[in-house]
Design a protein around this ligand. Sequence first.
Ligand SMILES: Nc1nc2c(c(=O)[nH]1)N[C@H]1C(S)=C(S)[C@@H](COP(=O)(O)O)O[C@H]1N2
Ligand SMILES: [Mo]
Length: 318
Amino acid sequence: MAQKYKSVPVKPSEITPKDVYLSRRDFLKQMGIVTAGAALLAACSTDIPAEPSTNVQPDTAQSVDVSSEELTDYEAAINYNNYYEFTTDKEGVAKLAQDFKSDPWTVEVTGLVNNPKTYGVEDLLSGFTQEERIYRLRCVEAWSMVIPWNGFTLASLLKEVEPKSEAKYVRFETLLDENQMPGTKNRLYPWPYVEGLRLDEAMNDLTLMATGLYGEMLMPQNGAPFRLVVPWKYGFKSIKSIVKIELTDEEPLNFWQEIAPNEYGFYANVNPNVDHPRWSQASERRIGELSRRETLMFNGYAEEVAYLYEGMDLTKFY
Ligand SMILES: Nc1nc2c(c(=O)[nH]1)N[C@H]1C(S)=C(S)[C@@H](COP(=O)(O)O)O[C@H]1N2
Ligand SMILES: [Mo]
């Protein structure tokens, strides 16, 4: 399969503009752009996904006039963070998270390792080589972005703690703090948020511990101070605000698997040929574009990661 699927590099034109991605509210102030997007969507609504995208050229914007009602719909479409600890309302996360305390912070690295260690913020920011990585982020809900992250490879951290030979998986845990995270008072969800990777996936060079995006420190709604980014997997694998990393010999049960095992698997590799039980995964809505894109095998990172799944039947749900 490594030869069957090729990697597709992110082109500069694919990068989700910072204003679209980060400060949705500020972006709205550029009314021309916003209204143009809304107008075009209203004009050709039949084949447009429920949540329209945004990146209409400013030139076009000048010539289009729409009402403010459409603006509201448009804002609902792009005010987008998934962070259920705050709220399930994508538009509400940024505001609820604005006072989140991400410093002081510790990340405990424990379990089947020779050198367990608890890292502070400075240890992680200065102890590992910080890089910029431009990655696609493909949510299981079939929308996507392209984001320039800052961070260091998870591999560099794992090498320092030295996984034991019995270690086969890595389990990650998000902070659970009811006082700061109002969504966690909802007992219907199995808090804390947990994710997991196979150790070889965790050691892959693409797997990033993100500390920032667009050259700035991570914002709380994006998972400050440290979050995982696993670009070939659906977005829910990219767990936010990590407090604990544990090396184990058992496959961790992740948050979404626990909630709906028939809909969310452990591997959750982006795969256009395996649909979600309730929707197709063949295409996606790229934030900033008007028409849908075809979803790429392994989100376009096959060359880097297909070897990890040799022998697995990729037509099956994992
Ligand atoms: N702790 C935690 N991590 C999380 C989530 C969450 O609800 N809680 N949502 C996930 C989902 S579904 C996606 S698509 C991405 C979204 O990341 P972004 O808001 O930075 O774009 O975060 C992932 N990490
Ligand atoms: Mo997601």
